[in-house]
Design a protein around this ligand. Structure first.
Ligand code: NAD
Length: 258
């Protein structure tokens, strides 16, 4: 088995800063020899991802702005990637958003707009991105998305994002079912809590972390590197028989009852 990703090209969506899960994934793929393409939204994050990518020795990454709320932006991004590099071998979708005021208090109070925003950016975007990326995966490929336990079980304050993650999980399975005949696999990592920009928006995030330290089998939070290395597994041929799967990288927390 060849563990190298040399000669392979991957699109990493969602690096906002050095704490982003997408950045952990980018580093693992880079270490394995992959060529990287980054997408971002907004010039602030564009600047940030360009600065970070400079630290990847020997890498000549490409950057594209892609707002996943805009179909035209998604289509144009993947058409540009196709023109610039031709074939890609996989994609990491590390994108989510919900209004901060709906990530605390009672889920019952979720607004229609807030609900649809979370679904649009955090779940539907995977469908739209997979459709646009499919023609570029001429030799087959692997699509990865990032989910969380809050889509399977009730997690305090996760609220509208929990419902979006449940939708994302089903979305991932339906895409896996559609794309398998094209030798394109679709999987998700359910990561344990990591202190990122998005996580800051979740009410009382510190108590979620404390719970992991107290009750998870490994008694510690996971690291960005651990999530990145599982992403490498899912995006490489090591996982070639795996599709439609959610792998929990969460110190085992999901197995605990009460
Ligand atoms: P992050 O804030 O670093 O990344 C979220 C990314 O989503 C940002 O880069 C942001 O620019 C992007 N985004 C938001 N709206 C967008 C839009 N309209 N178009 C394009 N991009 C958009 O946070 P993160 O924690 O690294 O999040 C990455 C993924 O991991 C998310 O799906 C998140 O739900 C998931 N996740 C996070 C944790 C955690 O504890 N941090 C745990 C499990 C799953």
């Amino acid at each position: 088995m060849n563990f190298s990703l040399e000669g392979r090209t991957y699109v990493v969506m969602g690096v906002a800063n050095k704490r982003s899960i997408a950045w952990g994934i980018a580093r693992s793929l880079h270490e394995a020899g992959a060529r990287l393409i980054f997408t971002y939204v907004g010039e602030r994050f564009g600047k940030s991802v360009r600065e970070l990518a400079e630290s990847l020795e020997g890498q000549e990454p490409l950057f594209y702005e892609c707002d996943v709320t805009d179909d035209e932006s998604i289509i144009q991004t993947f058409e540009s990637i196709q023109n610039d590099v031709g074939t890609i071998h996989g994609l990491a979708h590390c994108i989510a958003f919900a209004n901060r005021e709906e990530l605390k208090g009672e889920f019952l109070n979720t607004s229609r707009d807030g609900f649809l925003t979370a679904q649009n950016i955090s779940s539907y975007s995977l469908t739209a991105v997979a459709r646009a990326a499919k023609p570029l995966m001429k030799d087959g490929g692997s699509i990865l998305t990032m989910t969380y336990l809050g889509g399977e079980k009730v997690v305090q304050n996760y609220n509208v994002m929990g419902v979006a993650k449940a939708s994302l999980d089903a979305n991932m399975r339906y895409l896996a079912s559609n794309l398998g005949k094209d030798n394109i696999r679709v999987n998700a990592i359910s990561a344990g809590p990591l202190r990122t920009l998005s996580a800051k928006g979740v009410g009382d995030f510190n108590s979620i972390l404390a719970e992991i330290e107290e009750r998870a089998p490994l008694r510690r939070p996971v690291t960005q590197e651990e999530v990145g290395d599982t992403a490498y597994y899912l995006l490489s041929d090591l996982s070639r028989g795996v599709t439609g799967e959610i792998i929990h990288v969460d110190s085992g927390f999901n197995i605990i009852g009460f």
